[in-house]
Design a protein around this ligand. Structure first.
Ligand code: DSN
Length: 415
């Protein structure tokens, strides 16, 4: 990729942009929330739509000159409706967190009650963590996974909802390897006469491709981010029934955002079109298969997985089961040194700080995009095991780095 215009104005930034392309080409992107979008999505995001203000919605903007951005936003909306089957879609949230903020703003008042999964059990900051606006504005309690099984304790959630009487129950997670039983979450919302927000940020692509059951038609609100497994332009999305459409739209603008990022909306439209092609279903199925193979390979090497495996695009390794003395942070650093980029992650029953942690989370969406198959994933599993087994061994690292480079060369990116 060339950045000729940037280079002319700003060589320092051009160098960083080029170096980042090389980094992505020569390392394994295994942060479960990341992916590699197509050049078509990149081009749409880098378009002149970044120049346009378009507060409002297609056909009813506060500014003139919106005919082309209207086309783009309408296409993004129609394609999203086709992908997820929702009645109403808002494609303007700048991120998944802002999509959640939009829903809270639409139906909650400050001080209202949120019941959501604890962050260390796989939840998300925007579900009401105390350092986040949601934890500061609302009265939040958390449910948990069963620490024995690693899966959501739906019975305890039901009891918790009965006692706490939340105004909204939040489901959908950022470090949960198993399928979510949306109806059982809905039962907890029903018992408290609460709304149900399903945040499918991580699994948007899996849901669209039918690789994970859909909460659309079960939950009142479904939010997501658009650049993870769905592999489109960066940002967020809100889906809901028609009855909540006006409340959601006014919460997004004027409630919490100004001008939409129309270049990103264009990236969403293009990525959604790609996801509507039959190949996307194959991609999503392979993503899940690759995670399963990775998990099995790690288990062969003695690693423990939260919940004992995965049905999704990620595995969550509990290092306490196999490497009590290696922290998530140490494993993350050792792996990054050989070109395997994933993240340290808290695990259920975590005793270390969120900066240290006892786990690592590894995802397959980006590797699957660049063509990794089951054999490649076995090799990746072997490499992760070898490096974590020998965190301080320079020879092991040198050998692993070479094998990582071979995998990258065999599965080229942005040629
Ligand atoms: N940062 C994302 C993740 O890694 O899960 C969630 O927003």
């Amino acid at each position: 990729m060339k950045y000729d215009h940037v280079r002319e104005v700003d060589p320092d930034v051009a160098d960083a942009l080029s170096a980042e392309v090389d980094r992505q080409r020569d390392t394994l992107a295994m942060i479960a929330s990341e992916n590699h979008v197509s050049e078509a999505v990149l081009e749409a995001q880098g378009s002149t739509l970044t120049n346009k203000y378009a507060e409002g919605y297609p056909g009813e903007r506060y500014y003139g000159g919106c005919e082309h951005v209207d086309t783009v936003e309408e296409l993004a909306i129609e394609r999203a409706k086709e992908l997820w089957g929702a009645d109403h879609v808002n494609v303007q949230p700048h991120s998944g967190s802002q999509a959640n903020m939009g829903v809270y703003l639409a139906v909650l008042d400050p001080g209202d009650k949120i019941l959501s999964l604890d962050l260390t059990h796989g939840g998300h900051l925007s579900h009401g963590h105390h350092v986040n606006f949601a934890g500061q504005l609302y009265d939040v309690e958390h449910y948990e996974v069963d620490t024995e099984t690693g899966t959501i304790d739906y019975d305890a959630l039901l009891d918790h909802a009965r006692e706490f009487e939340p105004d909204i129950v939040v489901s959908g997670y950022s470090a949960y390897p198993r399928q979510v039983e949306w109806e059982r979450i809905q039962a907890a919302a029903d018992v408290a006469d609460a709304y149900h927000l399903a945040d499918i940020a991580h699994i948007t692509g899996l849901v669209a491709a039918g690789e994970h059951p859909s909460p659309v038609g079960v939950a009142d609100f479904v939010t997501g981010s658009t650049h993870k497994t769905i592999r489109s332009g960066r940002g967020g999305i809100i889906m809901c029934d028609e009855e909540y459409a006006d409340d959601v739209d006014s919460a997004v603008i004027p409630g919490m955002q100004g001008g939409p990022l129309m270049h990103n909306v264009a990236g969403k439209a293009v990525g959604f079109k790609e996801a509507l092609q039959p190949e996307f279903e194959e991609y999503a199925a392979q993503t899940v298969k690759n995670a399963e193979v990775l998990g099995e390979q790690l288990q062969e090497h003695g690693f423990g997985l939260v919940s004992g495996g995965t049905d999704t695009h990620l595995v969550l390794v509990d290092l306490r089961e196999s490497h009590e003395d290696v922290t998530g942070k140490e494993a993350e650093q050792a792996l990054e040194d050989v070109g395997i980029v994933l993240n340290a992650n808290t695990v259920p029953g975590e005793t270390r700080s969120p900066f240290v942690t006892s786990g690592i989370r590894a995802g397959t969406p980006a590797l699957t995009t660049r063509g990794f198959d089951a054999d490649d994933m076995r090799e990746v599993g072997d490499l992760i095991a070898k490096v974590v087994d020998n965190v301080d061994d320079e020879d092991v690292r040198a050998d692993a780095a070479e094998r990582v480079q071979k995998l990258c060369d065999a599965n080229p990116l942005y040629e």
